[in-house]
Ligand binder design. Structure first.
Ligand SMILES: [Zn+2]
Length: 476
C-alpha cells in the first residue's frame, strides 16, 4: 500500500469509518475472523509453552487498559451468523517448542512453520475469496442503488444478501464466472483485487511465523521461563519497542485491521467502478458518454484537500502505464478534467510526505481510507463542497420531496431484528449487539465502546432503552 508515516497511521485508525453499512459490516466480520484466527494460533503456542488453556485464552483476551471482551468474537460471529458460517478450529502443536532453554534446530523450526502454514491456509483460503467476491458485488450493488437513486447507506449486509440474492450471495470466483455474465474487464478487476488481498493474507502468515520465532528466540536468549515467553507473546510492549512491539499478537491485530479496512475498500471501489465499464468504453468513441466522478469522503488533510476533484473513468485496458493517470497521456482530450481513474487504480508504491507529493486521486487513496468516487452527471448535477456531496442542480419552483428510505424488509429480517438473548447474556437487536451495564459503569463502558465500535453497545440498566431492549428480549 501507499507509504505512510507512523503518526499518520495512528490518526487514521479511528478517523476513517465507512458510511455505507454493508461494506462496513463486511470489514467488521473479516477483521474479527482473522483476529480470532491469529488469537487461536497464539493460544496454541501459549499452551505449548506451558500455560493451561484457560490461562492462554484469558491472556489472549484481556489486555490491561484496552480490554477485549471475552465474548467479543462470539458476539461478532453471532451478529453475522445468518450470512457467514466460518468456524475457528483449535490450533495445537504436539512437539514442545521450549526444551529447557535449548534452541530449536532449523529442522524443528521448519516443521513448526509448516504447522502454522497449513492451519493458516486451511482457514483463510475460502474466506479470502469470499471477502473479495462479496466486496466486489457490494460495490456493484452501490452503483445500482445510486443509478436507481435509492437510499442504500443504512442497508445491512444481511439485508443486501437476503433481499438481492435470496440469501445466496456468491462466495467464490468459479461460482461468479459460472452464474454471472462478467465482461473481461470486470473479471480482470475482480481477479486483480483478489490477488492483492491474497498477497496480504500470505504476508500476514509470514509475519506471524516470524513474530513467534523472534519472541521465543529472544526469550531463550534472555533465560526467560516458558510461561514468561508465552506472556510476552501477547502483550510485551514496553521494552525494546522497535523489536518486541512489532511481534505481539496485539501488533499483528492492528496490522490486520489496516489490511482488512484498506483491502475491503479497495475491492469494493473496484466493483463500484466496474458498473460503469460500458460507458467508459463507449466514451472512447463518443465523448458525450464520458462517465465522471468526484472524490468524496475521507477525513485527513490530504482527503479534505482533494474532495471534489473531478475524474473520468477509462477502461483499464487502455492504461498501458499505471503510474500515469493523465487523460492526455492516453490520447484523450477532455475539457473538464485531465485525471483518469480505472477499476483497480491505487497508490501502491507512491509516497506522500512533507516534501514528496505523489498520491493520485483514487479510492482508497491511502491505508484506512474510506473515501469514495461519487458519480456525477455534469449536465444535471453539481458537487457541493459544504456537504461533500453530489447534488441535483436546483431548478426554480420545483418541489423536491425528501428522500424516503424504501429499504424493503423481508419477513425473515423483521423476525431477525427482534431482540433476542445470546448465550453470553448479551442481546442482539436490530443487527446490533447490546450489553447491560450498571449505571456507575456506564460512562466508562460507553467510552470504551466509542473507542472501539465493534464492542457490544452498552445500555444503562436504569435507562428506558434497557427496558425496551432487554425487557423484550426473547430467550432461546
Ligand atoms: Zn485521507
Amino acid at each position: 500500500m501507499a507509504t505512510i508515516d507512523k503518526e499518520f497511521e495512528e490518526k487514521h485508525q479511528k478517523g476513517e469509518v465507512q458510511d455505507v453499512k454493508y461494506i462496513r459490516e463486511l470489514n467488521e466480520f473479516w477483521d474479527a475472523y482473522m483476529f480470532a484466527l491469529i488469537n487461536e494460533i497464539y493460544v496454541g503456542i501459549g499452551i505449548n509453552l506451558g500455560l493451561t488453556s484457560k490461562e492462554a485464552y484469558r491472556l489472549a483476551k484481556n489486555k490491561p487498559g484496552k480490554l477485549e471482551k471475552a465474548d467479543f468474537f462470539s458476539s461478532v460471529f453471532d451478529k453475522f451468523k445468518k450470512v457467514f458460517n466460518y468456524k475457528i478450529p483449535k490450533f495445537r502443536i504436539e512437539k514442545k517448542l521450549y526444551n529447557k532453554g535449548e534452541p530449536l534446530t532449523p529442522k524443528q523450526w521448519d516443521k513448526f512453520n509448516k504447522t502454522i502454514d497449513d492451519y493458516w491456509k486451511k482457514n483463510t483460503e475460502k474466506i479470502t475469496e469470499d471477502m473479495a467476491v462479496k466486496g466486489f458485488f457490494l460495490g456493484k450493488e452501490t452503483t445500482d442503488y445510486r443509478r436507481e437513486k435509492k437510499p442504500y447507506k443504512n442497508k445491512s449486509l444481511y439485508q443486501v444478501e437476503f433481499d438481492q440474492y435470496g440469501g445466496k450471495m456468491p462466495e467464490s470466483l468459479s461460482q461468479v464466472y459460472k452464474q454471472y455474465d462478467f465482461k473481461t474487464a470486470e473479471k480482470r478487476a475482480l481477479n486483480t483485487s483478489f490477488s492483492n488481498i491474497a498477497t496480504e493474507v500470505t504476508k500476514t502468515n509470514n509475519e506471524i511465523k516470524e513474530a513467534i520465532r523472534q519472541q521465543i528466540q529472544t526469550g531463550i536468549d534472555n533465560n526467560k521461563t516458558s510461561v514468561q515467553i508465552a506472556s510476552d507473546l501477547y502483550w510485551e510492549v514496553q521494552k525494546n519497542q522497535n523489536l518486541v512491539n512489532k511481534y505481539t499478537s496485539e501488533a499483528l491485530r492492528k496490522n490486520w485491521y489496516r489490511i482488512s479496512t484498506t483491502e475491503t475498500a479497495s475491492v469494493y471501489e473496484a466493483g463500484l467502478l466496474s458498473g460503469y465499464i460500458d460507458e467508459a468504453m463507449e466514451s472512447l468513441k463518443d465523448p458525450s458518454r464520458a462517465q465522471y466522478f468526484v472524490f468524496t469522503g475521507g477525513s485527513c488533510k490530504w482527503c479534505l484537500a482533494h474532495q471534489g476533484s473531478l475524474v473520468r473513468l477509462v477502461p483499464a485496458e487502455i492504461v498501458t502505464d499505471t503510474t500515469r493517470d493523465s487523460l492526455k497521456s492516453m490520447g484523450i482530450k477532455d475539457p473538464n478534467t485531465d485525471i483518469a481513474v480505472w477499476p483497480g487504480k491505487n497508490n501502491i508504491g507512491f509516497k506522500e510526505t512533507k516534501n514528496v507529493h505523489e498520491w493520485r486521486v483514487c479510492t482508497p487513496a491511502h491505508p484506512y481510507n474510506v473515501a469514495t468516487l461519487s458519480p456525477i452527471n455534469l449536465e444535471t448535477q453539481v458537487y457541493n463542497p459544504k456537504t461533500d456531496r453530489v447534488e441535483e442542480r436546483q431548478k426554480k419552483e420545483k418541489y423536491i420531496p425528501q428522500q424516503v428510505d424504501y429499504s424493503f424488509k423481508s419477513p425473515q429480517e423483521v423476525e431477525d431484528r427482534k431482540p433476542v438473548y445470546l448465550e453470553s447474556g448479551l442481546v442482539r437487536y436490530n443487527n446490533n449487539i447490546y450489553e447491560a451495564v450498571e449505571p456507575q459503569q456506564y460512562k466508562q463502558k460507553k467510552e470504551e465502546w466509542l473507542n472501539n465500535p465493534q464492542l457490544p453497545i452498552p445500555v444503562d440498566k436504569n435507562s428506558t432503552d434497557y427496558k425496551a431492549i432487554f425487557g423484550n428480549a426473547k430467550r432461546v
